[in-house]
Design a binder for this molecule. Structure first.
Ligand SMILES: Nc1ncnc2c1ncn2[C@@H]1O[C@H](COP(=O)(O)OP(=O)(O)OP(=O)(O)O)[C@@H](O)[C@H]1O
Length: 247
């Protein structure tokens, strides 16, 4: 039996009269890369927002390692290890990637947030940040203001900032959005190599990326969890082909 790190039980969400989904029983195994797919409006972003505590579900529960976190705030969930990628507009444009990652590491290490001048005294975090940026291919950009980085490098920095917190579950909402197909594949190739062993849950529209990099896939469609399985199982699933893949 797999070791489930994150689960939902009977999860349901409605906005007023609009029922997005109901009865979602989802399970995420520790260490797997898991994609959530589904047509536009199926509720993928809503699902991630509920898991991260940004939205309260109208029914059901979210469990982290068996503990009910449905009523925990977003901040409490980050502390418990459920971390999502920072959206691009939350990157600090004038800070360098090195400074941003050091700040994230200080947060992880529960240090008081240092002033920028005091950052250089965080020697352990500076070493670790430099190492992380090197591994993710951002060493050449580490000392530039973030706003001067290419868009793809900024997307990668978002992943590094979330990954730096050593999350139990790392959620990525369309990390390749806005990138070319080649850049998107390169981002996932790097992610797959560097985050091996990290539990990753990602939303992605590009089925080539999903089938290549996800080890398991959940399909949301028509207000429910239509299927959950390996890429091969999902490809062969008649209901998924009909509802989503269009054949
Ligand atoms: N805050 C909100 N208030 C009202 N309706 C909302 C809200 N957020 C989402 N919705 C609606 O809930 C449904 C699901 O939206 P959601 O963004 O979760 O879908 P999605 O699967 O992520 O779509 P996409 O692939 O287009 O990003 C949509 O009909 C959307 O309009």
């Amino acid at each position: 039996m797999s070791d489930t790190v994150l689960a939902t039980r009977g999860l349901g969400m409605s906005f007023g009269g609009l029922r997005v989904f109901a009865g979602i029983d989802f399970a995420l195994a520790r260490g797997e890369r898991h994609a959530v797919i589904g047509p536009n409006g199926a509720g993928k972003s809503t699902f991630v927002a509920i898991v991260t505590g940004l939205l309260r579900p109208t029914a059901g529960a979210v469990l982290l390692d068996g503990h009910d976190v449905t009523r925990s705030s977003a901040g409490e969930r980050v502390a418990a290890g459920i971390v999502r990628t920072f959206q691009i507009n939350t990157l600090f444009p004038s800070l360098t990637p090195l400074e941003s990652v050091v700040l994230a590491l200080c947060q992880r290490d529960k240090q008081a947030r240092p002033s920028l001048r005091a950052l250089r005294r965080c020697t352990a975090q500076i070493d670790e940040a430099a190492d992380l940026l090197e591994r993710f291919g951002l060493a050449d950009d580490a000392q530039l203001p973030t706003q001067e980085l290419a868009y793809g490098q900024q997307r990668l920095l978002e992943v590094v900032l979330a990954y730096a917190l050593r999350p139990r579950v790392l959620l990525l909402d369309e990390p390749a959005a806005g990138l070319s197909t080649t850049q998107g594949h390169a981002l996932f190739e790097r992610l797959a190599q560097l985050t091996e062993g990290t539990t990753l849950l990602f939303i992605e529209h590009d089925m080539n990326i999903v089938f290549r990099y996800a080890q398991r896939v959940t399909v949301l469609a028509g207000g429910s969890l239509l299927a959950q399985g390996t890429p091969d199982e999902i490809r062969a699933h008649a209901g998924v082909r009909k509802a989503y893949l269009g054949n």
